[in-house]
Design a protein around this ligand. Structure first.
Ligand code: PLP
Length: 360
């Protein structure tokens, strides 16, 4: 029995050669590979600037600071997300205000409207699992209340709404290159994408100790720079991203066909959206038993995420009110293996195992 991992990053000779060439260059930090990748990422997202950094967490922190967020401000965030989305708001000294999910497990614009107060300055919708949020609704909300809109695209590189790539719908967006992500690096990485010249310039400064030039520091930033080896690898993969996402979509369709008719909620694709299936998440009240059964067949699963952000001990001081839909769904969700490197045969093995579990 060959184990089936939840995700499998690509490795091939072209990638290895690109990394070796970067090693030979003896330029390792924010050099020509990084500059070229920034240009290519901005073009891909149809934005003016991309600013590479060490992770999406760093990208969120820089952007939130560049937007001038600070103590006393409130920022609308989904609770059903990876904790880093919320962390950036907290590190900036602002208060995250947690919003419940809609039918697609993404931020519910109606609940978000209900939570706007005079202190609200912005909203961070998350294109969770690779599915765009209801972008027109979120844009309307931001315009109506004068909020900035920061898209968390960590899980959704290449996803689109009505053919337009996510990442260009607000003031700025962040992306992650963590190895399981749709555009994976061989380590941590991330970037900010924006068409706002001031936000881009401030992020560039913040990622390099707040430097104006070699010797003068205009403000306190940090070392959040990116490196040439990762940039070289990402430059090989970026031209393949749409194809890799097509592949994820084809494997998701194979799951949908194979799992149809079971007492299992399958991912729903919203109209207008190109979902890029960073994760393939099903839901059942029998989640624990299903996960154990799959494990016994060598199939890795995950839960994204078992503890919603508003219930994390780190933010207990906020005493966040209940979010009934989020609290229900985190008990039932289960992520099945998917990536551009999985084979049809592997998906079929998972489908057979799930069908065996349900006895059908
Ligand atoms: C939605 C979301 N936002 C932000 C992050 C943070 O990304 P990184 O690991 O690159 O810091 C992640 C990582 O899993 C994520 O899933």
């Amino acid at each position: 029995m060959t184990p089936i991992p939840l995700s499998r990053p690509p490795i091939d000779d072209e990638l290895k050669q690109a990394v070796l060439a970067a090693i030979d260059s003896r330029r390792y930090v924010l050099g020509p590979q990084c500059r070229a990748l920034e240009t290519e990422l901005a073009k891909y997202t149809d934005a003016k600037h991309a600013v590479l950094t060490s992770s999406a967490t760093a990208a969120l922190w820089m952007t939130v600071r560049a937007l001038g967020v600070g103590p006393g401000d409130e920022v609308l965030v989904p609770s059903h997300t990876a904790f880093p989305t919320v962390e950036a708001v907290c590190v900036a000294g602002a208060t995250p205000v947690f919003v419940d999910v809609d039918d697609w497990y993404t931020i519910d614009p109606k609940d978000a409207v209900a939570k706007v107060t005079p202190k609200t300055v912005g909203i961070v919708p998350v294109h969770l699992y690779g599915q765009p949020v209801d972008l027109p609704a979120v844009q309307d909300l931001a315009a109506r209340f004068g909020l900035w809109l920061l898209e968390d695209c960590a899980q959704a590189q290449g996803a689109a709404w009505d053919g337009r790539k996510v990442g260009a719908f607000g003031r700025a967006a962040v992306f992650s290159f963590y190895p399981s992500k749709n555009l994976p690096a061989m380590g941590d990485g991330g970037c900010v994408v924006t068409s706002d010249n001031d936000v881009a310039a401030r992020c560039r400064r913040l990622r390099d100790h707040g430097r104006l030039n070699k010797d003068v520091h205009a403000e306190v930033g940090f070392n959040l720079r990116f490196n040439e080896l990762q940039a070289a690898a990402l430059r090989v993969l970026l031209p393949r991203l749409d194809r890799m996402n097509d592949r994820r979509r084809a494997l998701a369709a194979r799951y949908a066909a194979g799992l149809a008719g079971l007492p299992l909620a399958l991912p729903a694709e919203r109209e207008h959206a190109r979902h890029v299936y960073h994760l393939y998440v099903v839901a059942t009240p029998r989640r624990k038993a299903l996960a154990e059964f799959l494990k016994s067949r060598g199939i890795q699963t995950g839960i994204h995420y078992p503890v919603p952000a508003h219930r994390q001990p780190a933010v207990a001081r906020l005493a966040a009110p209940a979010l009934p839909r989020t609290e229900r769904l985190v008990e039932e969700i289960l992520s099945l293996p998917i990536s551009a490197s999985h084979t049809e045969a592997e998906i079929d093995i998972v489908v057979t195992a799930v069908r065996d579990f349900f006895g059908s």
